[in-house]
Design a protein around this ligand. Sequence first.
Ligand SMILES: [Zn+2]
Length: 505
Amino acid sequence: MTAAVPERPAGGPRILVGQLWQESHSFNPQPTGLADFTVELGDRLVAANREAGSALGGLLRAGEAAGVAWLPVLAARARPGGPVEEPLFAGFLEAFLEAARRERPDAVCLELHGALLTTARDDPEGDLLAALRAALGPAVPIAAALDLHADLTPAMVAAADLLVAYKTNPHADMAETGARTMSLLLDRLAGRLAPVRALVKLPFLTRGNDETGRGPLHDLHALARRSGERRPALRDVSICNVNPFVDAPGAGQAVLVTADGDARTAEAVARDLAERLWAARDLFVERLPSVEETLARVRTERDRRPFVLGDQGDRVLAGAPGDSPALLRALLDCAPDLRAALPIVDPEAVARCTAAGEGATLGLEVGGRITPGFAPLAVEGRVERLGPGRFVNRGPYMAGVPVELGDTAVLAVGQVRVLLTSRAGLVQDPEAYESHGILLKDLDLLVAKSANHYKLSFAGLATPVTVDSPGLSRFAPRELPFAKARPLHPIDAVDPLPLAVSLFS
Ligand SMILES: [Zn+2]
């Protein structure tokens, strides 16, 4: 926004702060509801998140070091999953709006995911930012930290002064991104930064091979960093790769460059990076080993056990339901000798095990009840343990974050321990297993519902291999019923050249 920042009284700026974090998968048939969210209101928000490794934690610490006076609204975060129920989102939006109108803050600083959908909206975060802008007028700076997988929309960029995304995948710089967002916002408040932004959107989805430590994204981020070193006016380059399961109008890659008063630099850098990103569009394809191939490897490479298999097709961390029985079937069919553990979301099976009690042996069907195209798998097993499904992530990915899987049952099926959970949850952390009495030292392999982030949390503990498994989070856009986001490469023939660069000031 171009309007001058009004003078404020002595003392730190009063900043409205909050978090709304969920990554939506358009094709997960289960909407995300209140029970899936962890919510902190008012002052609890600051106390609960001050030490967190999230962007919110990072921005809180940076703001406190600068003497910011917080106006905390709410922090709400849920694991990735189906779109958020619209009335729930509308309530969150109203809480932010009501606080903005009441408090008249000097600025707003939020942590958003950027790829949240609701059961009724395609750009809820754009709506939230626009509503805050309308309530506060053009002079109050609005900033947000975003996930690298945000679906950055022109409406979001138009409504905010500063949007800053993570630079790493797996995401190792969440807190740093929050701190950076706050630092830019403080510069804006102090008159040291007049942000102009250049946005380019590209109509394609990545299909894996999108880690920032290697491959095309590594090179692109290195170039972005070098651009920043050479051009002092450049204040941030965010390359958002969009959760590849967002079916919303205009969904696709985004390059957002923020410069201090220098639109030409912002535009030139955004255009250059976006052209390179488009040229690399077919390099973002992961060639993953098959499940059978990987099980054979686990059998032969004994000294590298335990292995941790990333279940590409059914990644709860990408919003899939987590109910796939595919790896269990493969283990029972092809590798009954391997000592394995894997999670399956199935509240009905948990209820059956609970009714039977610990120590009971029973025949039942597990998994395959939620994901379209899957079917339950009939097994016979012994109920080893029942529990409440609560644990705290060891990290480093999401370290310290509590996880609720609902009631759980550990069912021993041959050599496989099936961790049956009532709810989908984040099971990319060793503690998901060890808190249920399933120890890594007793296993040849285990399964994480993640393709990248689990590698951070299992580093040094297990050999990671992401496998080509079926499900809603397979990197295979042609297999999914995309409609709103089209035309979209690689489903459609689409050519965005010459690129359109949108400028915002
Ligand atoms: Zn992400």
